[in-house]
Ligand binder design. Structure first.
Ligand SMILES: Cc1ncc(COP(=O)(O)O)c(C=O)c1O
Length: 346
């Protein structure tokens, strides 16, 4: 059957489309994409589109990398599924973890895999809470993110997201999640205010929020090095230089959400390096596998890992992880992707 009529398109509308006006897609039908080639995708009528956003910022190597498909196929034949529970690990996932630590900014020591950016950020929140319990600070649990941030849509990561559409009628954000100003110089600066003065005002706003809430109640601060969905906002000069000492002063973990920025998007391998960040956790996804299969990860600092280790001695177990954490097939695709991912400086 040709799918050219809008009636036929409507028949395809069984999907609940994310970030879409559902009435409109019910009326018009979806745009059906059937194949991809290089930087282009094609719809079911053969029309070609330049995919300027590489899908959802993830198809970083384009749409026809046979190497990635073949890596997946080879891995499917060799070991199509395994996991990392109970001290086991697929060899290929262990190799990917080692490779990631090899290219990660200094101080990162362990990798915990998941399936999406949202899951990775949820995991980072859980780690922040867990670590503070381990350190005997059960009241230090609030998380600060920024307005306009996008960190995902699950209950916890959607709470971090600072965009109304992700909250309205979903009963988000949950308690314990706070928002501070976005580093949006274009919209937020006052007349005549320099980038540096704007950054200083924002850093002061963050410190005032921490002081109002009580520093001993604030666990972590989340930020995208370059804010993506909120408007592709490059931070104004000195912003992170001013924010990071405040986090250190009040012993607040810094989570760099590199789900978009990671793997060369900002010129260096990670936005963390581009903006001289010293995060405790880095979350990555998307270009990790060039979008060909779902995979995400938390890169966890050595210092944080030591706390997890001590808590595992106490509890006997690290009680977190997903069935598909360390899935070997996306791991194989990610390893192949990293073979051709270079930063401008490497
Ligand atoms: C910076 C950032 N973090 C997290 C996410 C959520 O990732 P996912 O949609 O895979 O859950 C996104 C998605 O676009 C993102 O841009």
């Amino acid at each position: 059957m040709s799918l050219t009529t809008s009636a036929a398109r409507r028949d395809l509308a069984f999907h609940l489309h994310p970030s879409t006006n559902l009435r409109q897609v019910q009326t018009d039908g979806p745009l059906v994409i059937t194949r991809g080639e290089g930087v282009y995708v094609y719809d079911d009528e053969g029309r070609r589109y330049l995919e300027g956003m590489s899908g959802l910022w993830c198809a970083s190597l384009g749409f026809s990398e046979r190497r990635l498909a073949e890596a997946a196929y080879r891995q499917m034949l060799e070991l199509p599924f395994y996991h990392s529970f109970g001290g086991k690990v697929p060899a290929i996932s262990a190799e990917l973890a080692e490779r990631l630590i090899g290219i990660a900014p200094a101080g990162m020591g362990r990798v915990l895999f998941a399936n999406s950016g949202s899951e990775a950020n949820d995991t980072a929140i859980k780690l922040a809470w867990y670590v503070n319990n381990a350190l005997g600070r059960p009241q230090k649990k609030k998380i600060i993110a920024r307005r306009r941030a996008y960190h995902g849509v699950t209950i916890a990561s959607g709470s971090l997201t600072g965009l109304a559409f992700a909250h309205t009628d979903f009963d988000l954000p949950i308690d314990r999640v706070l928002h501070t100003d976005a580093a949006d110089y274009y919209r937020g600066a006052q007349a005549g205010e320099s980038e540096e003065a704007f950054a200083a005002r924002l850093a002061d706003g963050l410190e005032q929020l921490i002081l109002r809430e009580g520093p001993d109640t604030v666990a972590a601060f989340f930020a995208e090095p370059v804010m993506g969905a909120g408007g592709v906002l490059v931070p104004p000069a000195t912003y992170f230089d001013r924010v990071q000492p405040i986090l250190r002063k009040y012993d607040i973990l810094f989570v760099a959400d590199e789900v978009i920025c990671g793997f060369g998007r900002t010129g260096q391998m990670f936005g963390t390096q581009t903006f001289d960040l010293k995060p405790d956790i880095i979350t990555v996804a998307k270009a990790l596998s060039a979008g060909y299969l779902p995979i995400s990860a938390n890169l966890v600092s050595n210092a944080l890992y030591d706390v997890l280790l001590a808590q595992s001695d106490k509890l006997g177990i690290f009680g977190h992880g997903y069935t598909y954490s360390s899935h070997p097939v996306p791991a194989a695709v990610a390893l192949e992707t990293l073979r051709s991912t270079r930063s401008a400086t490497s």
